[in-house]
Structure formats: C-alpha cells, structure tokens
Design a protein around this ligand. Structure first.
Ligand SMILES: Cc1ncc(COP(=O)(O)O)c(C=O)c1O
Length: 470
C-alpha cells in the first residue's frame, strides 16, 4: 500500500506516526478493496482561518473547506467556547422524553429563514441521516394518507445524497452503485441537468424543456399515484458543481405540485452561506420545497449536526387522517443534540453578523477569478455559483471527452497544488473548490495562481507520459 501512496503523493509515506497507525487500524471512507483497512492518508494537524497545516508542516489553503463544511473558517474561538460552555451546562438529554433550550431556539431561527411554511425542523446527525429522515417521512406520510403505493423517489444522474441505504440509493455519480446494493426498485433517475454536457447543438432553453419534459413523461408513464418524492440538490455538489439551467428548478417544482409529489431540496451543501443565504432554495432559486435537508455548514463542521425543515401543512394533513395513532417510528439518539444546536446558533449569528453579506460580495470576484483558468487547454469548463466552483478537465475541447484522459487527473492537480500550498477536492477529472466564506480577495488570487501552475504542471506531465496532446 505504501507503494500506491507514493505514486499519489511525493511526500514521505509516513510523515506522521498517526498516518502509520491509521494505515494499520483505520477504515477510511470510500476505500477500494485493494487497499481497504491498509490505506495511508495525509494527516492534517491543525487549522486556522482558511488554512490547515499538515503533518509535514505545510500550510495549505483549505480549498474545499474540509468537505464543503467549515464555512466560518477554522479555529473560531467563539464556537470553541460554545462547545465548552454547553458541555458544562448540559451535555446531553434524551430527545425521546425531553427537549432542550438550544434546539428549541435554533428551530425558531431556522423557521425564520426557511421559505414559505417550512417552519418545523427534525434534527439529525448529518446529511445522510437528514435525507434518510425526509424519505422515511415521505413513506410514513403516504402510508397514513392511505396511499401506500406512492413511494417511488425521483433522483438525477450525477446526484449525491448520502451513505445510508435509502439515501445512497439515490446517488447517480460514476462508480457510486457499481459494487453496492441499493433500493433501486424504489428509485428512478432523470438526466443530469448539466448544461456543459447537453447534446451538441441544443440550446440551454431547449435542454431545459427536454429535462422538464422527461420528468413529465416519467410521471405519465409511472403514474403520479406511485411517485412519492423528487429529491434534488439546487446545485449538485459532489457531482461536479452542476448549476442547473435557468428556470429548471421552478418548473420541476411546479410539476411536483401539480402531481402531489413531495419536493425535497437537499441543501446539505448549498445552505448556510455557501450561496450567500441561509437557505438557497427560495432566495436563489425562487422555489418553496416541501422539505429542505441541511447539515455541514449549519455548525461549520464544529459538531456533527443535520436536519430536515418540514412544511407544517404536511402535519395538518396527517392530523386530519383517520390514523391519529400512526407513529413516525424514527428518531436518533443524537436528534436535537444540545451541543450541536448551541454551536449552530452561534454559527448562525456569525453568518448574520456579516459573513453572509461578505460571501455575497465576494462571490462575483471568486467566480471571475476561477474562470480565468478556462484558457488552459486541459480545462473544458470552469463553472460555479456563490462560493462553489469546479474545474472540469477534458481530453480535447471538441469532443469534451473526459474519459480518454487519465482518470486520476484531478489527483495529479491536487498533488501539485499541495506542494504549492493549496488543498483541492479531486473528483476524477474535476477539481472542486468551496473555500471558507472568510477567504479574502488576496487569498482567492493565491488560490487561483496555485491552480494555474498546478494545471500547467499536470499538462506537461500528461504530455511527457503520452497521455494527452495539446
Ligand atoms: C448534497 C449532499 N447530501 C447529503 C450528503 C451526505 O451528508 P453526510 O456526509 O453528512 O452524511 C452530502 C455529503 O457530501 C451532500 O453533498
């Protein structure tokens, strides 16, 4: 395994003793069979603001903000104090029989920000459990309303919704399902709304018509009485920052309304400032979903917390059913965790005190600077919205084919970036950036400069190895 690691990382295979221990004892997320349980990944020792420091002492800009989550930046003393103070006041209480002040106060604040009528929240432990909760609620809701056949979930190619059984069944990125079981009988996947990959010669407007038409036909063919929910990230994150064409989301929303299909907006990445607002569904895309799932930025990664915003009219319908005894048999030990909710309240204050406005002001600059990289011949497209962006590399700009290119190209760019002081999130042929919202213009410039140098180095390397021609 050390050999494999050396291929990917020029650093000493065991820059830190913890790397060696992890290689012996840790099962890391998303492993492959060839190295499962025996994989070394670089150790990050500390973080401060937009930077992290690795075990070799290299200071790196945290390009992906951890996993799209450290929105307010690392090492915020205000948040660390809340963790401590809340642990000393009340570490935990059972949400089965009791409640606590931070979760109640946070639910009131979140209801204030959520679009029309989503004034309740169910707290979870992260994004997957939030999506799982929303889907199980849809099943329960339809059972109680006497329509047990209305359970099919419509998702999209390119989506990522989590790693629990049902949430993972919605995933549609390459390799997500190759070796995994899933509840595929419950899921239908529509075309990914990626304008960059639309059929040659088709306008964006026609592409949108096609996508909406495909959903309409699916409803007609399957039957609205069998479709329970449509689940969509407003901007597909892990699928490569796919910003849908204008008008697509409102039209999909409208179809759901017409056919009594619950619209679940998965805002695990796009909420809490990433697109400049607490929630993006209403303020950025003009839609009012039936449920919104969130996690990550709600605590900026300082504590694992997620949740589902729910439309209260759904509860009204349940109350009016003939089954007042029907129980939503779903709950997590750490639902409404007082420490997580207290941290989320302070995190929200930081956003309100200026970070949301700063993120909105910085977004056009960040997007413009990232797009300067599109002159590089290896780059097929730079796209993004707010403070999320993706550089997609292609074998050639005529076919835009990502597949004949070395599939590890994102990792190659990441390796050069790390040597030059930037952490990147490599995704096959793409690099995804979503820095902490606190990043300055000068740091954006530094990031883009490092990306340019690293892509140039990768181009040279691929040319030398005969894998790519300019
Ligand atoms: C849109 C989206 N939904 C759900 C999830 C799953 O969240 P978690 O990893 O916190 O379970 C993710 C994770 O990246 C995500 O990007």
């Amino acid at each position: 395994m050390a050999a494999k690691r050396e291929e990917l990382d020029s650093a000493d295979a065991h820059a830190s003793p913890f790397e060696a221990i992890a290689e012996r004892h840790l099962v890391q997320p998303w492993p492959v069979s060839g190295s499962i349980g025996a994989e070394a990944r670089g150790v990050i020792d500390s973080g401060d603001g937009v930077y992290v420091t690795d075990a070799q002492g290299r200071r790196l800009i945290d390009g992906p903000a951890g996993m799209w989550c450290v929105n307010v930046g690392h090492r915020r003393e205000e948040l660390a104090r809340v963790l401590y103070d809340q642990a000393m006041a009340l570490t935990y209480n059972s949400p089965w029989y009791t409640t606590n002040a931070p979760s109640a106060l946070l639910s009131e604040r979140l209801a204030h920000y959520a679009p029309g009528g989503l004034d309740h929240v169910f707290y979870t432990t992260g994004g997957s459990s939030a999506v799982e909760t929303a889907l199980r609620f849809m099943q329960f809701y339809n059972n109680v309303r006497g329509r047990p056949e209305k359970k099919i979930i419509v998702s999209r190619e390119g989506a990522y919704h989590g790693s629990t059984y049902l949430s993972a069944s919605l995933n549609g990125r390459p390799r997500d399902q190759d070796w995994m079981d899933s509840a595929s009988h419950l899921v239908i996947k529509l075309t990914c709304p990626n304008p960059f990959r639309r059929p040659a010669g088709m306008t964006e407007t026609k592409f949108t018509d096609f996508l909406v038409g495909e959903f309409r036909e699916t409803i007609e063919n399957v039957g609205a009485e069998r479709i329970g929910a449509f689940v969509a990230e407003p901007v597909m994150a892990s699928g490569g920052v796919i910003v849908p064409p204008p008008g697509y989301l409102p039209r999909m929303r409208e179809l759901c309304r017409e056919h009594d299909i619950l619209y679940i907006s998965d805002e695990v990445v796009t909420a809490f400032g990433r697109l400049g607002h607490v929630f993006a569904s209403g303020e950025v895309f003009g839609i009012e979903p039936d449920m919104i799932t969130f996690a990550k930025g709600v605590t900026s990664g300082y504590f694992p917390l997620g949740g589902v915003m729910m439309r209260s009219s759904l509860f009204e319908e349940l109350r009016q059913s003939n089954h007042s005894e029907a129980m939503f048999a779903h709950g997590l030990t750490y639902s409404s965790h007082p420490i997580g909710c207290a941290v989320a309240l302070r995190n929200l204050e930081l956003l309100e005190e200026g970070l949301l406005a700063e993120a909105q002001a910085l977004a056009p600059y960040f997007q413009a600077q990232m797009r300067t990289l599109s002159d590089l011949p290896l780059v097929g497209e730079v796209r993004g919205l707010g403070l999320m962006a993706c550089i997609e590399c292609v074998a050639d700009r005529v076919s835009n084919n990502p597949l004949t290119l070395d599939l590890e190209v994102g990792k190659r760019i990441d390796r050069h970036c790390q040597e030059l002081g930037l952490l990147v999130r490599p995704l096959i042929n793409m690099c995804v950036m979503s820095p902490p919202l606190t990043i300055s213009r000068a740091q954006v410039d530094e990031m883009v400069e490092i990306l340019r140098k690293s892509i140039e180095l990768t181009q040279d390397e691929l040319t030398r190895e005969g894998l790519w021609k300019r």
